[in-house]
Design a protein around this ligand. Structure first.
Ligand SMILES: Cc1cc2nc3c(=O)[nH]c(=O)nc-3n(C[C@H](O)[C@H](O)[C@H](O)COP(=O)(O)OP(=O)(O)OC[C@H]3O[C@@H](n4cnc5c(N)ncnc54)[C@H](O)[C@@H]3O)c2cc1C
Length: 408
């Protein structure tokens, strides 16, 4: 029987705090490794200590424990508050692909990819969007043709986060000539060092970092076994990955940490010679934002309660709200912070590098509020736009008539 007592979870919180305080920065010979290898070393340590990837089966390198969302939320919150590098690897692999592989992959694929993904040795980008296929992803046209040598891939992806630094891609490609739209696509795994791949960074307004790319495939060949699921069944795998991505984007630990730092900012900045937090208008806005943060936390609490009774699936509809709520809250936090810091928000601190969306806690801890503001705009698009989320909620949860779709 799982121990659901408050004491048990508070003990878990203390252990996580201790782990954060003692495990990073690394000491000993590992401290001299290149940064990426330090991160991999730390991630392995965090898995072995029972903090990361707890519910992934042990035979694939995870913790092998029963799922416990509350424990995971507590750990994430403590990790987000500290400097440990748990957000240094992109979430694409460990957070989105791995659970989808457990649902849709073969035993051989799970053995081959999961453990090395959890430790960060495989760092993934996701190849979905194309110049003419974003919200309407089923319109994608990049092709993969099965030949004697394997899948022959041609076409272009765009807005591919971290494509220039990742060593692996998963993505969806048109493989069935005669089947239309989502019925004709397959889910493929592509090592990024294959000849014929060109990843070119695109500059975006949410930072000067080159983390978003367009990727060109020119007669790229990958082995035939690099397909997840059946031929033409890539949509099912894609939906599975996107489901986990939306849950990750809705992570309440990051939003709560951001809100707490916003409160500190409001205490430390002045309005009319007094701390901004005493200004009635700012207090009102802070209260409204906290209500949104709390709504999100309560939604997660409901999920935790349902999961503990084995009824988590029944809440999958409501979970569609979570990404929308997170987007709204992050936007409100960033807008107010931007107002509070006024013109100093136009400067990068000490000429430092601007950072990425993946490092939201870092953005906030280093007072990079201007970046948080631009990142919040990007968050309303990445992983499915807010408009599309509203469509899904209207149709799937509220039973409204379906929106007009493309042919097929
Ligand atoms: C920071 C960031 C990271 C990203 N990372 C990746 C990545 O790693 N891999 C990847 O494949 N993609 C990635 N994307 C792309 C992202 O998934 C797409 O931007 C998104 O799906 C929207 O597609 P689009 O840009 O083509 O816009 P469009 O689909 O052209 O939409 C334009 C506007 O029209 C609205 N709209 C479109 N259709 C409808 C409709 N039916 N009803 C109501 N409104 C509609 C949209 O909400 C949006 O406001 C990323 C995007 C961002 C911003």
């Amino acid at each position: 029987m799982k121990d659901l007592s408050l004491e048990n979870y508070e003990a878990m919180r203390s252990k996580a705090q201790d782990f954060c305080a003692t495990s990073w920065p690394l000491s000993g010979p590992e401290a001299d490794l290149p940064f990426r290898e330090q991160v991999i070393f730390w991630q392995k340590h965090a898995i072995n200590a029972g903090f990361l990837h707890r519910s992934i089966p042990a035979e694939y390198g995870g913790g092998g424990m029963a799922p416990d969302i509350r424990a995971e939320m507590i750990i994430k919150r403590e990790f987000a508050e500290s400097d440990v590098p748990y957000l240094e690897s992109t979430p694409n692999g460990p957070q989105f692909l791995v659970p989808a592989l457990l649902e849709c992959g073969t035993e051989t694929q799970n053995q081959k990819y999961i453990e090395r993904t959890l430790t960060g040795e495989f760092d993934w980008c996701q190849g979905y969007s194309e110049p003419n296929a974003g919200s309407d992803l089923a319109a994608l046209s990049s092709r993969a043709e099965l030949t004697n040598d394997g899948w022959l891939i041609n076409g272009q992806k765009i807005w591919t986060s971290n494509a220039h630094s990742a060593n692996m891609m998963f993505g969806v490609f048109r493989t069935e000539k005669d089947a239309k739209r989502h019925r004709g696509v397959s889910f493929l795994i592509i090592p990024m060092d294959m000849p014929g791949i060109l990843a070119q960074p695109i500059k975006t307004m949410h930072g000067s970092m080159d983390d978003i790319c367009e990727v060109f495939f020119d007669d790229v060949i990958v082995p035939a076994e690099n397909i997840v699921g059946e031929r033409g069944d890539g949509w099912r795998v894609t939906r599975s990955v996107l489901k986990y991505e939306r849950l990750w984007l809705a992570d309440t630990s990051v939003v709560r940490v951001q809100f707490n730092r916003l409160l500190t900012l409001a205490e430390q900045t002045l309005r009319g010679g007094r701390p901004a937090i005493t200004n009635p208008h700012i207090r009102q806005t802070l209260s409204e934002i906290e209500a949104w943060v709390r709504c999100q936390e309560l939604l997660i609490e409901r999920l935790i309660a349902a999961e503990s009774h084995g009824a988590g699936e029944q809440l999958s509809g409501e979970m569609q709200f979570v990404k929308l709520l997170a987007t709204k809250t992050q936007d409100a936090v960033a807008q107010l912070a931007f107002d509070l810091i006024a013109e100093s928000g136009l400067l990068a601190p000490n000429g430092a590098d601007l950072t990425t969306l993946l490092n939201l806690p870092k953005i906030v801890s280093e007072r990079r509020w201007a970046n948080a503001f631009f990142a919040s705009l990007a968050n309303a698009l990445g992983g499915g736009t807010s408009n599309m989320q509203r469509n899904a909620i209207g149709e799937n949860l509220l039973g409204l008539p379906r929106d007009i779709r493309g042919a097929g």
